[in-house]
Design a binder for this molecule. Structure first.
Ligand SMILES: Nc1ncnc2c1ncn2[C@@H]1O[C@H](COP(=O)(O)OP(=O)(O)O)[C@@H](O)[C@H]1O
Ligand SMILES: [Mg+2]
Length: 259
């Protein structure tokens, strides 16, 4: 199962991607969390300390890895016949919540014609990452529409578009949805996050209905999330946190849908 999480900056992509990845791991799937944001912070949400997160060398900055995986001795010609599982085994970082983390680094130019070596490696990684029945991959994407339809997310089973009741985030969600549809993606869902009351929930639902976007679920606004973030600890360890429970329900829905 391969899931990607997209949306405007600050809507809760990282929290939701992290929560879903943990949900898969808790249910016994071998799970990889891919941080594809160029300002990566999925590590914190997966329970690493700020110091541990800071120390991670993203794939795009890992010169020896890029060279060994692409070098042919000819300038501009890359050898991409490497095993992706290899990279996952060697370069993923175990986290306290049971998810193996891969930090991509700068993947801005994905699919836009740039064939620099790091991009070639990352693109191959995302495309050819083979996910077995007992495995899951959850990708926390760059804010906005960068990745959509450019090869990164086209190969996923489900794209979750996160939005809150703010019209700016809903407009971006719509833009992402349209790009994803035109890229041929089929399983697209909106997840409404930071919902404080019925009015906000209605705002999201009405917008989605008007634009023909399926709403998978809602995650409530939760003070515990804010407080954990202030302390620099993950809110995901606390199963009594309402938002965490709601994200775990999303995980369950995705699993039920796929069986
Ligand atoms: N359900 C929620 N309730 C309260 N605060 C939330 C919730 N989801 C996210 N947040 C807060 O919103 C901010 C952005 O969340 P984050 O997951 O980093 O978003 P993104 O990855 O989309 O930029 C964080 O400060 C986080 O604590
Ligand atoms: Mg984020």
């Amino acid at each position: 199962m391969k899931i990607a999480v997209a949306g405007k900056g600050g809507v809760g992509k990282t929290l939701i991607a992290g929560g879903i990845a943990c949900g898969f791991a808790v249910r016994g799937l071998k799970t990889i969390g891919i941080d594809a944001d160029s300002s990566p912070n999925l590590g914190l949400t997966l329970g690493l300390s700020a110091e541990e997160t800071r120390k991670i060398v993203p794939i795009s900055d890992n010169q020896p890895l890029i060279e060994t995986k692409t070098s042919t001795g000819y300038g501009g010609v890359y050898n991409l016949h490497f095993s992706v599982d290899d990279i996952v085994k060697q370069y993923s970082i175990p986290t306290p919540l049971g998810v193996n983390l891969i930090v991509m680094g700068t993947v801005r130019t994905m699919g836009a014609g740039c064939m620099c070596a790091p991009t070639a490696v990352i693109r191959a990684l995302l495309r050819h990452l083979v996910v077995e029945v007992n495995e899951a991959v959850v990708m926390d994407l760059e804010a906005g529409v960068e990745h959509i339809g450019r090869g990164t997310s086209r190969h996923v089973d489900d794209l979750l578009i996160v939005a809150d009741s703010n019209m700016k985030s809903l407009e971006i969600a719509k833009h992402i949805y349209e790009l994803a549809v035109s890229a041929g993606m089929k399983s697209l869902h909106l997840v409404g996050n930071r919902v404080m009351n019925d009015v906000q929930r209605e705002t999201i639902q009405t917008f989605a209905d008007q634009n023909g976007i399926h709403v998978l679920s809602y995650v409530p606004w939760d003070q515990n999330v804010i407080e954990s973030d202030m302390l620099g600890v993950t809110p995901l360890k606390n199963k009594n946190v309402q938002a965490v429970k709601a994200i775990d329900d999303v995980c369950e829905m995705l699993l039920n849908k796929s069986t």
